[in-house]
Design a protein. Sequence first.
Length: 499
Amino acid sequence: MAIPYGGDRLAIVDDALAARFQAGDRLIILQDTGDLLHVPAAEQAIAQEAVSRAQAAFARMGEIGDDKISAFFDAFAARLATDSVWDAIAAANAEDLTGAQSRGRSTTRLALSCQMRDDMIAGLRAWRDAAPARGRVIDAVDHDGWRVEQVTAPLGVVAFVFEGRPNVFADATGMLRAGNTVVFRIGSDALRTARAIVEGALDPALDEAGLPAGAAVLLDSPAHAAGWAMFADSRLGLAVARGSGPAVTQLGGVARQAGVPVSLHGTGGAWMTADAAADPERLFAAVFHSLDRKVCNTLNVFCVTRDAAETLVPIFLSALDAAAARRGHGVKLHVVEGDEAVLPQAWRLARVQVSRAEGLSDEAKVDLLPLAELGREWEWEETPELTLKVVDDLGHAISLFNRYSPQFCASLISEDAEAQARFYASLNAPFVGDGFTRWVDGQYALNKPELGLSNWEFGRLFARGGVLAGDGVFTVRARVRQSDIHLDRGGAPTPARRA
């Protein structure tokens, strides 16, 4: 069966999709790609019920005082700090890890740790102590006899899809600080952990603080279809997808065509450039500290100007070796075709045991990469992996970033103030620095647990910062306070009141 999409194209329903379809199922056709997304009736029902619960809770949130919202964050943090509660969560996480490993899935972000626990607790307590985000007068205009105030107000139900990172729970519940409610779906790899957090800490904290039960709802389904159904619900005030790759892009398309505003994290991978004015010690530190683990702001592409390559490439390689040694593994380097001569022969001939999700892999230490793949993000486990590119000058580095990168995070290592100013002005990225790249994190940089970081791969965002946090999700209402009861747009006098 042919189905029109995008106004002038056709998508074809194949036999396999037709055979899976049952009465009550839903088909979502992405208008920008023609993807046919099959949503079974059961998954549609799960998503609809979750959003309905959050919507009902939002209707009550206006009567809930900010003190109760603060009490919720305090109770949530206290439960995570309770060893018996955490032990149950850790046991569920161990099962998730075993399952993910058996499927050859990456577990670098899935595994709970003492540091992750501490970060979750700290994030929740930060929200506890944060100033109320609703009811703030952000502007006011005084007229003769009346005053108009612009006041922050909750946006509504926020849907949040994130990868298998259990600590993001603390970030997601930050939505409540501004009086919103949230429905969230975690990656299937972490679903047992999510259920344990909800059962042992989240739901009891909501109840203890007196918040509506649906104020924070887990979409309890491992199926991608449940996420599609949730993002296609026009009752949402905002849809947030955190992660990388085509799945995030697909979710964004589902929400947009349903008329739901969307914030996408998209792909990450930080870029760094060094020129002839770079301080060698600063360069070594920036590279080393940008490779402590693989997340979105990990160094992914390193550019060095041609006039500085002979001096700076050995420093770069030394930093790579140090970063690899810290993790107990080697390093995997990709160099753009034509630039391999800047590497010593020992690097070009060496082999390395690369830690992949499926296990160790014996590979060449250096691979050649076509220029067209310069923007490829390397998803590594324990073996740092990144790309090297020699550029003609700073302008060349900027143009390559603007063309090939996800337009996310970039750093320039240079003591030249004029070069730094040019870099910042010409680069199409929301996050720009002069040192290590791993600073791009809401909780680390702004003391606010983040919902996501926005890249500019699909354009700059309107009236929204690059870091999306719970207290930054709001709308604005106008409120009038009238002191002159005889105001009249037509200038007519008030008639005498009849007895």
